[in-house]
Design a protein. Structure first.
Length: 191
């Protein structure tokens, strides 16, 4: 099968993978609204800094808000920069995926789609939650975090579904790049 014959099939199957990003964003935003609450949707949410055990002290839902970037690192003067950078990064990943779908191995595509879905999930918080909840101006919102692992003390920083998708995507990407020659790209498949 020639590259011209293979291209529409690969692009069509590749577009189906975008549903992974949609599912990540949907569940990320659903869980954040459930934790934070919303008068529009009728969810009371949790008080900030409160915690509910799900598996004893090992796994809890702990509602915190991250005003900065990853792991609570905060540079108030650069907040707008990081918010706009998130927009540009999500768009850049989408464009890269569109232009290189035939050159990327399956797991590279999955990894980048997970990273893109996670970036969009947290981007929504940063860009719109401040305005939606009447707390901050556009692009100055805080990211809602709530997944909390640890016994008595936290093993990890509190995170969310979008953070998980980005972490899983980066891990898959690193592993895939380390073993790149073991999986053929769509162009390398035999006809």
């Amino acid at each position: 099968m020639s590259e011209q014959q293979l291209e529409p099939t690969v692009k069509r199957s590749f577009r189906n993978l975008y549903w992974i990003a949609v599912v990540v964003v949907f569940f990320d935003q659903l869980t954040k609204v459930l934790v934070k609450g919303s008068s529009v949707f009728g969810f009371p949410g949790m008080p900030i800094h409160s915690s509910k055990p799900l598996l004893g002290e090992i796994f809890r839902i702990t509602y915190v808000e991250n005003p900065g970037i990853a792991f609570g690192i905060n540079f108030p003067a650069l907040k707008i920069f990081f918010s706009l950078f998130s927009v540009v990064a999500a768009i850049a990943i989408f464009i890269y995926l569109q232009r290189n779908s035939l050159k990327l191995a399956f797991w590279e595509r999955i990894a980048l789609i997970l990273i893109m879905g996670g970036a969009v999930g947290n981007l929504i918080d940063r860009c719109f939650y401040g305005v939606f909840y009447g707390e901050q101006p556009l692009f100055y919102g805080h990211v809602v975090d709530f997944i909390d692992f640890g016994y008595k003390e936290n093993w990890f920083p509190v995170f969310n579904i979008a953070d998980s998708a980005v972490s899983i995507g980066v891990t898959i990407l690193v592993i895939t790049l380390l073993f790149k020659k073991t999986e053929p790209t769509a162009q390398e498949l035999p006809s």
